[in-house]
Write a protein that binds this ligand. Structure first.
Ligand code: NAI
Length: 441
């Protein structure tokens, strides 16, 4: 079995942590039980490009129980939990290509390995795997990383065709990946149907809001050990992730400022009780800045030069592009790693700016990502969407699909049941009333 992980001796430790997460993933457990009986993924080769965490391990075990031949590579160079990667290889026999802190060449070498697994279904978090495959299919070599291109050149045309034509569909976990896929669809270059798992209500309402909210604050605290109470926390972007982060920072006693480009969301943030202003005005007053926009260069030179001495900046949104780090590197006269996950940049004149986690997702770099309880729903969606894709891919168009409503309903019902919560059902009279336009009074 092929694999590339940091240290196989960490496997036992990883296994214990995978079991700990499993305890808080009852929905996925029940799906795993059904999958083990019905084998809906039998004969399907599945390549995942996901954060390699304890929760993901539980998803992979569910897909494997369903009969899939699964391989995984990291979707982010910093988010891999090395003990989990070791356990996946040594204990669960899943080809795993992920090392925490891997450089860019290794990152793409790992993506190449997931492609070489010859997937029928891809499962992405950020669309790196599926876009590399599409660039291969389109022969858009300028977009293919040199490491992948070298491998592509080394295999036969027959093998390339087999890989490209073998993919029948995919799923996508996060907002940014969905944005990229919709752009591909618009350009007419999307070659397979893909389900936007991110857009399921049982995903973004919980995972992006409560999961990112809690774990982003957790990442900032673990990296800095700063008191949040009384600090001014600037949250850039008031989407699902921004709402969650602002809510949790507020709960810890921060003065929260929100920056936005969307007037509706800016209005919502205002009515939720936060101050809203442009980043140029927030820059001189913020103590801690978090970007959660999916956009590039949200924090840039004009902001760095206005920030307070000691300002803390981090990103929990998209890859490492939301903060203009190359410019920060350029304008700094000194840089040192003052604590793990904290790079202190000194600007001309002596002012210091602290960048957390190299500008990559702070909740995954310095903390452990989303708690298992919310990933239970997101990954239940993933498992059920993989099942749906295995059954229906050949009937679907080459488009981005929303998650079928039945899946959202099933996951929310299973989650409520696991929490021991019962809800009301409509009476026959209520059903009739709600379906009728004549019974207005
Ligand atoms: P969303 O689309 O709901 O919200 C993004 C918000 O940012 C929008 O309201 C948009 O108007 C705003 N925005 C865009 N450019 C801006 C700018 N220059 N300044 C201020 N605001 C700006 O997206 P969602 O679901 O909140 O996700 C945000 C990002 O977080 C995405 O990149 C997503 O992939 C990522 N994400 C990260 C997770 C993590 O574990 N850290 C988990 C889930 C998503």
């Amino acid at each position: 079995m092929n694999y590339d992980v940091h240290d196989l001796s960490l496997a036992e430790h990883g296994k214990l942590r995978i079991e700990w997460a499993e305890q808080d993933m009852p929905v996925l457990r029940s799906i795993r039980k059904r999958f083990a009986k019905q084998k809906p993924l039998k004969g399907i080769r599945l390549s995942c490009c996901l954060h390699v965490t304890t929760e993901t391990a539980n998803l992979l075990l569910t897909l494997k129980a369903g009969g899939a031949d699964v391989a995984i590579c990291a979707s982010n160079p910093l988010s891999t939990q090395d003990d989990v990667a070791a356990a996946l290889v040594k204990i669960f026999n899943i080809p795993t290509f992920a090392i925490k802190g891997e450089d860019e060449d290794t990152y793409y070498d790992h993506i190449k390995s997931a492609i070489a697994h010859k997937p029928n279904i891809t499962m992405d978090d950020g669309a790196d795997l599926v876009s590399t495959l599409l660039f291969m299919a389109m022969k858009r070599f300028k977009n293919i990383h040199p490491v992948v291109k070298k491998w592509y050149d080394s295999i036969s045309q027959k093998e390339r065709d087999a890989i490209i034509n073998g993919v029948i569909g995919g799923t996508e976990e996060t907002t940014t990946g969905v944005i990229r896929l919709r752009a591909m669809e618009k350009e007419g270059v999307l070659k397979i149907p893909v389900i936007a798992v991110n857009d399921a209500d049982t995903k973004h309402l919980f995972d992006n809001r409560y999961g990112t909210g809690q774990s982003t604050i957790d990442g900032i605290q673990r990296a800095t050990n700063r008191l949040i109470a009384g600090s001014t926390v600037v949250v850039a972007g008031y989407g699902w992730c921004g709402r969650g982060t602002a809510m949790r920072a507020n709960g810890l006693g921060a003065n929260v400022i929100v920056t936005e480009v969307n007037p509706l969301r800016a209005l919502e943030a205002t009515m939720d009780g936060y101050r809203v202003m442009p980043m140029s005005e927030a820059a001189p007053i913020g103590d801690i800045f978090v970007t959660l926009t999916g956009d590039i260069n949200v924090l840039r030179k004009e902001h760095f030069i206005k920030m307070k001495d000691g300002a803390i900046i981090c990103n929990s949104g998209h890859f490492n592009v939301e903060i203009d780090i190359p410019t920060l590197e350029k304008i700094a006269v000194k840089k040192r790693q003052i604590r793990p996950f904290v790079a202190e940049y000194t600007l001309k004149g002596g002012k210091k700016i602290n960048l957390l986690g190299e500008g990559r997702l702070i909740n995954l770099a310095a903390a452990e990502g989303h708690p298992a309880c919310v990933m239970d729903m997101s990954f239940a969606d993933q498992a059920l969407c993989a099942e749906f894709m295995a059954k229906n891919a050949r009937k679907l168009e080459k488009k981005v699909y929303i998650v079928p409503t039945e899946i959202d309903v099933e996951v929310s019902q299973l989650k409520l049941a696991s929490l021991g919560i019962k809800i009301d059902t409509l009476t026959a009279e209520q059903k009739k009333y709600l379906a009728s336009w004549e019974m207005g009074t």
